[in-house]
Design a protein around this ligand. Structure first.
Ligand code: SF4
Ligand code: SF4
Length: 254
């Protein structure tokens, strides 16, 4: 299957995955390189000596998981994009998966993307925790994704933006589409409050629960800012749906 489709088999993967105990200790590189090819930058770039010296340039890499600290240097040096770093110590529910990503535009830190498996199938929603793109990485940026822990050995790539079209509703309550939102941003409406005032997005029954994050994500991508740098919208009471009776009748919601 590997030769025909490029997708590794379970037998291949069994050789590349560390023990549960090692995974629980913290970040570690997973090298999914199973074919004998004349290539060795993973070995030459690892200054900790975690990857065994190649006797032959065609050797496949052998990693010592106990020496590897998951620094990620080999990930951006691998021309085959065959290495990821997995950190299962991140939280009880989520693991971090650091992947090489050579497409533009880069995702925005704090935004959400679609996590893909080795065959390119969507498997989860993933949060972009970090985007690292230094000169030393030679145009192979590293994207750190927070994914459901049970998918740490499944998510190997990501997809963003192009899963939506201009007709995709961003605010379902007020029927603002992605195309209309992008047009407003092009016209200079560059904060979530400005978008809200001109389009009423976020003023419908859900009070922005669906669209707020999506609008901020789009604004961040358009202005080159991180999500954490984006001004958040003004919240006015009631901040969640309540019964009219609660307003009229006091505590009991009569
Ligand atoms: S992640 Fe860092 S320590 Fe681990 S193999 Fe790669 S370069 Fe070496
Ligand atoms: S650099 Fe990447 S493609 Fe080359 S041998 Fe190492 S893991 Fe395989």
């Amino acid at each position: 299957m590997l030769e025909k489709t490029g997708v590794a088999t379970e037998q291949d993967l069994a050789k590349a995955i560390p023990t549960k105990e090692r995974l629980a200790k913290g970040p570690v590189a997973i090298i999914e390189c199973f074919q004998r090819i004349p290539c060795n930058p993973c070995y030459t770039s690892c200054k900790r000596g975690a990857i065994k010296e190649f006797e032959d340039i065609n050797d496949t890499p052998e990693i010592n998981f106990e020496i590897c600290n998951g620094c990620g240097v080999c990930v951006s040096n691998c021309p085959g994009l065959a290495i990821v770093v997995v950190d299962e110590s991140y939280s009880n529910e989520e693991a971090l998966v650091k992947i090489p990503y050579e497409f533009l535009p880069l995702p925005v830190e704090g935004s959400f993307v679609t996590g893909l498996d080795r065959e390119g199938k969507p498997v989860c929603r993933a949060k972009v925790m970090k985007v690292l793109n230094t000169k030393a990485m030679d145009r192979t940026p590293l994207i750190t994704l927070a994914v459901p822990k049970e998918l740490s050995m499944t998510v190997r790539f990501m997809k963003h933006h192009d899963i939506y079209s201009d007709n995709t509703f961003i605010c379902r309550c007020e029927e603002l589409t992605l195309g209309e939102l992008r047009e407003l941003i092009r016209k200079g409406y560059n904060t979530i409050d400005e978008i809200r005032r001109i389009s009423r997005a976020g003023m419908g029954p859900c009070q922005g629960r669906t669209c707020r994050q999506l609008i901020m994500q789009e604004l961040a991508a358009a202005t080159g800012k991180k999500m954490s740098e984006m001004p958040i919208s003004t919240f006015r009471p009631p901040v969640k749906p309540i019964k009219l009776g609660t307003i009229a009748g006091g505590e009991r919601g009569e």
